[in-house]
Design a protein around this ligand. Sequence first.
Ligand code: 6PG
Length: 324
Amino acid sequence: MSVSAAVTATTAASPSRPLVAHRRSPPASRVAAVSRRPLRSRPHLVVSSSRAPIPPAAAMATDGAAPGTGSKKKLLIFDAEEDLAVSLAKYTAELSEKFAAERGAFTVVLSGGSLIKALRKLAEPPYLDSVEWSKWHVFWVDERVVPKDHEDSNYKLALDGLLSKVPIPTGQVYAINDALSAEGAADDYETCLKQLIKNGVIAMSQSTGFPRFDVMLLGMGPDGHIASLFPGHPLVNENQRWVTYIKDSPKPPPERITFTFPVINSSAYVAMVVTGAGKAGAVQKALSDKQTSSDLLPVEMAVLQDGEFTWFTDKPAVSMLQNK
Ligand SMILES: O=C(O)[C@H](O)[C@@H](O)[C@H](O)[C@H](O)COP(=O)(O)O
């Protein structure tokens, strides 16, 4: 995304606005009027619609079709993590309502890390009672190959931080089979996804032929990794498998399974939740004008085929951006 272009397109959309599938910017007069208002509960909001350069993995995923059509990118900058959490809960709850009504199911993909704490407001009023939790189907974009009760388990992290506090049917929470090897667990998870496609629980992207999850709620590491797709690792180029494995993750623990870029990039919505100064360098690279087709960070390879990608950030995370 062009940051300077994004600033020009500053709009007054509230945190809930990203759910409206608008393709055009609001009228300039409205933009100017509302952007002057110092609303504490609203983010410093920078919204941009852009067609970012398509990285090799995304292009391969489309098998030659014109990629990136209909994709939209937004950047939300919050004063405080508390405000981010409020907005993220609203964003997720509104998507839940939309997809539950449209499809009768809501497929939610989680990462590990600090994301889970940022989702805490979903387990509080009004969402605890208003969200149709029975429609939720929960997946992991990546998981560490450890027992489910292990401190390193992303399942345990999400269970403790969110899932144990909301009434999602246990059969709709898709943890990995922790009795298997990394390779076996990846195969098993992919088989599970294929079954859920057949059942109609998970949608299929007609344009990419990969699963199309309703929303992915993701974090990013300071090195720009997302899921367990790390900079310079060959897994970032995987374009056949839906789920694969890594045994030499630079971030411990070393053995993990992970969704691949074609799956991530087929999503309908992605929320990239990134806070803290430690991530400012990767944020700057991801959102700067100077993108090249080589040497992309994994987060830069997350380019939706036809969806809406929203950055949920705080001021330290965007401290290296100009015109923020
Ligand atoms: O299992 C994992 O390690 C995560 O899924 C990983 O991809 C995480 O989301 C990022 O590393 C960001 O983590 P933080 O938000 O804690 O920095």
